[in-house]
Ligand binder design. Structure first.
Ligand code: GDP
Length: 430
């Protein structure tokens, strides 16, 4: 039985939450593999809107085990609030359905404080971080000074590690003009959170191996998107983890040979939050129309998203980087009513044609999009459930995307609701 990875194929906010929730119906487990609570995955189920930041988007399906893999960074307070929020709304399936890897790193108060203090001082060099401490936490993971979930359950180890870490972080905070933190208070808070998280801590990598051996179906859930990848994205305007499909293995312990398919989620247009190159950006009325109709305001930060035409050069590159076996095209409904829909098929850079996103953000900044215009459709498609229900020009748009990327479109989303979906091929089907 297959293990399927889901990644964002653009700059995040593609609608991964909706698609993971939908596919979780057929999965025995959903494992989140990177990022932290800088993600905001929105699910709309039976008219109720639920935003998840850390808990995998399969949590609404009773019987589907949800895991937070070792590649994720966890803010314990945010996770506990999220669990409480789901409980209060009668949406908590039971404690046995959430498993947190002991090797996941913990976001500490000093990480949040440093994130905010640095960004405030960065002026025009700001990278648009969400200020949640994600970057500083991954920094400590790489420098081997970080605190892991397992440490929260071991008071002796925790105290000495936090004291050593704060010795350095408090000096940095002072340097940035921020208040230093009291180690004793930090340790007390972490131990209290650890006690509350204890029932959920378990060997995620071991379970993933066992599920794979048993032939269970595991969905591996990514956050952010391809061009925010720390290595392959538009550095430095990127996130601090790898967002492409390889991270599904390193972030969970799943061997690469046990990945059976990778679904890339893309909007029918493009959005980006924060700074960084964006070749197909629309800064005119059309951009405003996409933002309004698509409600393009961040679910985590409320920031307005920059909007533009679908970039097939980007999508082709995402297919290559993650070995996409299928594309899920979301927000097709947002394009309805436009007389013509444009798609960027290639770039021009210094008089040359460019078919793939160049690795340097500085080069991408200078790329000019070359568009093809496709006929639009005026009918509302929110009620469509099959390919045949879609207007011919909407189908033609999907065919064009598949042809230009060489990757089949396996799903089209026509509204935020779980049911507002045209499923073309189920990735869990043989
Ligand atoms: P994620 O981070 O990739 O999960 O994406 P977000 O949740 O930040 O953003 C996607 C937003 O679009 C959410 O508000 C979804 O409810 C909404 N959404 C998802 N699919 C569709 C769709 O097909 N049409 C419309 N209109 N909204 C959608």
């Amino acid at each position: 039985m297959p293990n399927i990875v889901v990644v964002g194929a653009q700059w995040g906010d593609e609608g991964k939450g909706k698609v993971v929730d939908l596919y979780a119906r057929d999965a025995d487990a959903v494992v989140r593999f990177q990022g932290g609570n800088n993600a905001g995955h929105t699910l709309v189920v039976e008219g109720e809107k639920i935003i998840l930041h850390l808990i995998p988007s399969g949590i609404l399906h009773p019987g589907t085990v949800c895991c937070i893999g070792n590649g994720v960074v966890v803010d314990p307070g945010v996770l506990l609030d999220e669990i409480r929020g789901l409980r209060d709304r009668g949406r908590w399936p039971g404690d046995e359905q959430l498993v947190i890897s002991p090797a996941a790193h913990v976001i500490l108060p000093c990480h949040r404080a440093l994130d905010l203090a640095r960004e405030a001082r960065a002026g025009r060099h700001q990278i648009g971080t969400t200020g949640r401490g994600i970057g500083p936490c991954y920094e400590d993971k790489a420098s081997r000074t970080g605190i892991r979930i397992a440490d929260l359950l071991d008071p002796g180890t925790l105290a000495s590690r936090v004291e050593a870490l704060l010795d350095e972080k408090n000096a940095l905070l002072r340097h940035h003009g921020a208040e230093p933190l009291d180690p004793a208070a930090v340790i007390e808070g972490l131990l209290a959170a650890g006690e509350r998280l204890r029932p959920f801590v378990g060997d995620v990598a071991g379970r993933v191996h066992a599920w794979t051996r048993q032939g269970s179906r595991v969905l591996l859930e990514g956050a952010q998107g391809t061009f925010l990848d720390l290595d392959h994205g538009t550095y430095p305007f990127v996130t601090s983890s790898n967002t492409t499909a390889g991270a599904a293995c390193t972030g969970t312990g799943l061997p690469p040979r046990d990945v059976h398919g990778v679904i890339g989620i893309t909007k029918a247009y493009v959005t980006r939050v924060g700074r960084g190159p964006f070749p197909t950006e629309l800064t005119d009325d059309l951009g405003d129309r996409l933002r309004e109709r698509g409600r393009e305001f961040g679910s985590t930060t409320g920031r307005p998203r920059r909007c533009g035409w679908l970039d097939l050069v980007g999508l082709r590159t995402a297919c290559r980087l993650s070995g996409l076996s299928g594309l899920a095209v979301t927000k097709l409904d947002v394009l309805e009513g436009l007389p013509e829909v444009r798609v960027c098929t290639r770039y021009r850079l210094d008089g040359e044609t460019v078919d793939f996103v160049p690795p340097r953000a500085e080069d991408l900044e200078r790329c000019e999009p070359v568009y093809e215009a496709l006929p639009g459709w005026s009918d509302s498609i929110a009620g469509c459930r099959t390919l045949d229900d879609l207007p011919a020009n909407a189908r033609r748009f999907l065919d064009f995307v598949a042809d230009a990327t060489g990757c089949p479109v396996v799903l089209a989303s026509v509204g935020p609701g779980r049911e507002q979906t045209v499923e073309i091929h189920n990735p869990f089907a043989a």
